[in-house]
Structures are given as structure tokens and as C-alpha cells.
Design a protein around this ligand. Structure first.
Ligand SMILES: NC(=O)c1ccc[n+]([C@@H]2O[C@H](COP(=O)([O-])OP(=O)(O)OC[C@H]3O[C@@H](n4cnc5c(N)ncnc54)[C@H](OP(=O)(O)O)[C@@H]3O)[C@@H](O)[C@H]2O)c1
Length: 291
């Protein structure tokens, strides 16, 4: 297949192009320089010229706190940009995969969110605009995948793991929130699943994260435990203590959902292989990066 990937300079887009190429698909990665998704004429020209069989749309405004101060720009990228791509996919009658987020949900309660739960009530600007992107796709297309992911980490970009490793190196004590529960997603593992999916016509909404649940605090503790076990003694319990705090003690601009438990049963029901545990993903990731 010939597949256009947006956001190739980001964490996920980078790994999706790598996976497509590894599996002998023709992958064309673009980022804002080649195709600014907020420019409908550019989107039309690039996609029409390339004539792909599918678009995997990874580009987005992903700075969650900064989004609160830039509502119009964030909406232009995440909602209108997605709609621009969907319009061309419709005109060319090609598949579109849109990468979305757990932040489309309110985070109330402790139940697992189902992919087809239509009760989407985002708490922040980023989540609201990603939700509007979902609506644009659902209204325009039939051949679509909406894949919600969460707590993303990849080699190519900034993420929670890199932030923790950097903080842990320079502090003897750090505090991490312990009342938001979810599942991390390793882009290398996710890319394999996304390519499996785009090769099929099993369209619809899905959730796709690594297996297992944790809080950000538990995630941080495991990062430091594994890093110390790899010989990085600056992260061991003698050198670094990690304290759990509630979100109330850790004010941020954007409100975050406390419950990001995402049901992935639909993957199994449709014959897709799920991702390994997040601890396993973390251990492979730590071997890939320098710290
Ligand atoms: N990161 C997470 O924790 C997380 C969680 C849930 C869902 N997601 C979703 O997963 C997808 C991939 O996330 P990621 O972490 O790989 O994102 P990322 O690393 O921030 O990459 C996004 C890419 O999109 C580009 N982009 C921004 N505005 C654009 C525009 N107008 N036209 C074209 N490209 C543009 C960015 O360029 P610049 O860097 O120059 O802006 C960047 O290269 C996104 O759809 C995101 O919403 C992410």
C-alpha cells in the first residue's frame, strides 16, 4: 500500500513511517513544512498528487497546557486540520486513520471507557479540539479508524519518561501525581498495531495503549527502578525519593482526567494483537535512548 503519514517529525509519525517501510509499504511522511494541515489548498494538492491508498494522521497540537491560551490556533490544527484531510480522503475514497486521545473523555468514575461510548466530555482545550476532529471524521467518512491512545512515549521527541530521567538526575526528591490512572503507549509497539489495522477494512473507533494500568507516580517509580537496575545509580532509592501527591497539590493550566482506563476488548474482538505490558515497553525503550 501507499500510505501518507502526517506528523512524521513527531514521536508517533516517525515510528509509523519506520514500521510501514519495514513491512514494504510505500510510506510518505510529511510534517508542517511539506503540508500544513491548516491550509486546505496545500492538503488537497499534496494528497491528490500523491494519490495514497490511506492517510495515517498523527499530526496535532499536543502541548496540553499551552493549548489553554491558544484556543483558536489549537482548534485550527486539531479540528479544522483533521477535517481538511478527511474532505480529501472522502473525495478520493481512501481510508483515513485519525489518532485521538483519552482526553476526549471526562475522566469521571473508575469504569473502563469503551471505544464506542458517545458520552465524550473533554475537560480541556486539547481534548475538546481532538474530539471535534473525531466528529468531523465521523460526519464525513465511512472508511475511517479513530484510534485513541494515551501517555505516549517514543524515541523521537519529548515525553514523561525523558522528563523524569532528567529531573531525577538533578534532584534528590521529586513529587508525582498519584490520582490519575491510565496506561502508557510506546509508539514503537503502537506503530505495529496501526499498520496491522490499516491493512484491513475493520473500520471504527478503537483504544490502543500498552497493557496494564498505573498512576503517573507508579509510572515514575518504575522508570527509576528500571533505570537503577540498568546501572544508573543516581536513580536508586539512596539517591532519589519519589513522593506521591494528589492533583490538587499540583496545579496545571489544563484540567486532566483522573480516570483514563481504556477498554481494549474491541481490538481482541476484531482479531488484532494487543500491545505488550507497559513495563515491558518501558524496559525496551530505556535500552533505545541515551540517558
Ligand atoms: N503525546 C501524547 O501523550 C498523546 C496522548 C494521546 C494522544 N496523542 C495523539 O497522538 C498523535 C501523535 O502524538 P505525538 O506525541 O507523536 O505528537 P508530536 O510528537 O507533538 O508530533 C506532532 C507533529 O505534528 C506537527 N504539526 C503541528 N502542527 C501542524 C500543522 N499545522 N501541520 C502539520 N503538522 C503539524 C508537529 O510539528 P511541530 O512540532 O513543529 O509543532 C509535530 O511534528 C497526535 O494526534 C496526538 O494528539 C498524543
Amino acid at each position: 500500500m501507499k500510505i501518507l503519514v502526517t506528523g512524521v517529525k513527531g514521536q508517533l509519525g516517525h515510528d509509523v513511517v519506520y514500521e510501514l517501510t519495514k513491512r514494504r509499504h510505500e510510506a510518505i511522511g510529511v510534517d508542517i513544512e511539506e503540508m500544513d494541515i491548516t491550509d486546505p489548498a496545500a492538503v488537497e494538492k499534496i494528497i491528490t498528487d500523491i494519490q495514497p491508498d490511506a492517510v495515517i494522521h498523527c499530526a496535532a497540537w499536543t502541548a496540553v497546557d499551552a493549548a489553554e491560551d491558544h484556543v483558536d490556533t489549537v482548534r485550527l490544527v486539531n479540528a479544522t486540520g483533521t477535517e481538511n484531510i478527511a474532505c480529501i480522503c472522502k473525495a478520493l475514497d481512501i481510508k483515513m486513520m485519525y489518532i485521538s486521545t483519552d482526553y476526549v473523555f471526562s475522566g469521571d468514575g473508575t469504569n473502563f471507557w469503551e471505544p464506542d461510548d458517545l458520552n465524550r466530555q473533554p475537560l480541556n482545550v486539547y481534548g475538546q479540539t481532538k474530539y471535534e476532529g473525531e466528529i468531523a471524521i465521523e460526519n464525513l467518512l465511512e472508511k475511517y479508524f479513530i484510534v485513541r491512545i494515551a501517555w505516549v512515549f517514543g524515541v523521537n521527541g519529548k515525553n514523561f519518561i525523558k522528563t523524569m530521567l532528567s529531573l531525577g538526575k538533578n534532584h534528590d526528591q521529586i513529587t508525582v501525581v498519584n490520582d490519575q490512572i491510565g496506561s502508557p503507549t510506546y509508539t514503537y509497539d503502537l506503530a505495529r498495531l496501526l499498520v496491522d489495522m490499516i491493512e484491513t477494512d475493520k473500520y471504527g473507533r478503537y483504544h490502543a495503549t500498552n497493557e496494564g494500568l498505573c498512576s503517573w507516580y507508579e509510572f515514575a517509580c518504575e522508570i527509576f527502578r528500571q533505570a537503577a537496575a540498568m546501572g544508573h545509580s543516581e536513580y536508586d532509592a539512596q539517591h532519589l525519593s519519589v513522593l506521591p501527591v494528589s492533583s490538587d497539590n499540583y496545579p496545571s493550566k489544563a484540567k486532566r482526567p483522573s480516570n483514563s482506563r481504556m477498554s481494549k476488548e474491541k481490538l481482541t474482538q476484531n482479531g488484532f494483537e494487543r500491545l505488550p505490558s507497559w513495563q515491558d515497553a518501558l524496559s525496551r525503550y530505556l535500552k533505545e535512548i541515551e540517558f
